[in-house]
Ligand binder design. Structure first.
Ligand code: NAI
Length: 399
């Protein structure tokens, strides 16, 4: 039944659409859009996700006779990304410095067969357009979910405990306990809810077990296996507004898709408990940037934290850089790095190589990595669709 969704990459034969190389007729052009690491990447070779260290793919692809182009230049029609896309067969992108693959660009990428997301989250690709063109989109599922779950727990704590302003006092040679303590709380006894209970959301709830929260809640259209649900002692709430109205802390852990873009707007935020905290490490565009700023500045939100922005890199004047609650705190924003720890980079670099290796060898892909395949969604994590009701979503439970 599921075999229909196993990708059989086309055999390693010279396709008519592939650019001809006299030295290697099977030569494949691979384009990778990664972030610039600069001095840090030269000093730290484990920064694999950078243009300098090229996901560790360069020697292997060269030895196999393929072409690898790596760039961080991704915006506009004269960017290296758009120039090379025209004859690229395999595109590697990363959510940390997203090469936005729009429907227009997909239309121009006549040779494109496979998009690999080095990490998790393929919303920077127009997935509907990829389906139309039968381009396979694969992620390295699970590669950085622990990294993000840890960051979520850290962000919850730093907001609830008012950590950032306290630390800022120290580095600015100040000392005012009351000014910090007036807005610092314990996580114990609070209600925490996750929007999305897939790999990351589930792991967040797992990691919160020791904090004696009053209630752990989750909202997702996908069921958890009964044993996994029991193991985290959390309660499912079937209505999102109802869940957010009960929470002291809401953490967002679902993908960005048609139904989640702008989900946290003025209306939904107004349903949240006054003085609650919101953590978003999923995707910036799930939250309305102006609505978050308004809610934070009014004090309706006591804090907002995360590492994802609605455009990346975030411009200097992005409102989330300088939005604070009325007491001058509540901002836990950082650049997009929660899923790109050195541990995570090794996992998603290895996973990217494996996806490409299977494609080149004509082997089936791991079902868990497929997002779109053969003109259809291969995962049900990117929105509820009748046709994909029986497809896999985030690996539930501790697996
Ligand atoms: P997953 O696919 O394991 O789980 C996602 C869950 O969200 C699924 O259970 C799905 O049913 C649910 N979902 C989808 N739409 C929903 C909606 N409207 N309401 C409630 N639930 C909904 O994905 P995983 O690994 O947990 O990752 C989730 C997202 O986290 C990724 O798509 C990505 O956007 C983000 N992420 C961020 C990273 C970072 O560095 N900040 C790194 C990795 C992922």
């Amino acid at each position: 039944m599921l075999s229909r969704y196993l990708t059989r990459a086309r055999p390693l034969q010279r396709s008519t659409s592939r650019p001809f190389s006299s030295t290697n007729p099977n030569m494949v052009k691979v384009l990778a859009v990664l972030y610039r690491g600069g001095q840090a990447a030269q000093e730290e070779p484990r920064l694999l996700g950078t243009i300098e260290n090229q996901l560790g793919l360069a020697d292997w692809l060269k030895k196999e006779g393929h072409e690898l182009v790596v760039t961080d230049d991704k915006e506009g029609s004269s960017s290296e990304f758009q120039k090379h896309l025209a004859d690229t067969e395999i595109l590697i992108t990363t959510p940390f410095h997203p090469g936005y693959l729009t429907a227009d660009l997909i239309d121009k990428a006549k040779n494109l067969k496979l998009c690999v997301t080095a990490g998790v989250g393929s919303d920077h690709i127009d997935l509907n357009a990829a389906n139309t063109k039968k381009i396979t989109v694969a992620e390295v599922s699970g590669s950085n979910v622990v990294s993000v779950a840890e960051h979520v727990v850290m962000s919850i704590l730093l907001l609830v405990r008012n950590f950032v302003p306290a630390h800022e006092q120290i580095v600015s040679d100040d000392w005012n306990v009351a000014q910090i303590a007036r807005n610092a709380y314990d996580l114990e006894g609070k209600v925490v809810g996750t929007v999305g209970c897939g790999r990351i959301g589930y792991r967040v709830l797992q990691r919160l077990q020791g904090f004696n929260c009053k209630d752990l809640l989750w909202f997702d259209y996908t069921d958890l296996p009964p044993d996994a649900e029991k193991a985290i002692n959390a309660r499912r709430v079937k209505d999102l507004e109802e869940m957010v109205s009960k929470c002291d802390v809401v953490t967002i852990n679902c993908p960005l898709h048609e139904k989640t873009r702008g989900l946290f707007n003025d209306d939904l935020i107004s349903k949240m408990k006054p003085g609650s905290w919101l953590v978003n490490t999923a995707r910036g565009a799930i939250c309305d940037r102006a609505a978050v700023k308004r809610a934070l500045e009014s004090g309706h939100l006591r804090g907002y934290a995360g590492d994802v922005w609605d455009v990346q890199p975030a411009p200097k004047d992005h409102p989330w850089r300088h939005a604070f609650n009325p007491l001058g705190g509540g901002n836990g924003m950082v650049p997009h790095y929660s899923g790109t720890t050195l541990d995570a980079q090794k996992r998603y670099a290895d996973g990217t190589k494996e996806i490409i290796r299977r494609y080149l060898a004509g082997e089936d892909q791991d079902l868990a990595n497929l997002i779109v395949f053969d003109g259809d969604y291969a995962s049900k994590a990117y929105g509820q669709r009748e046709k994909n009701a029986n497809k896999p979503t985030g690996q539930k439970g501790a697996g």
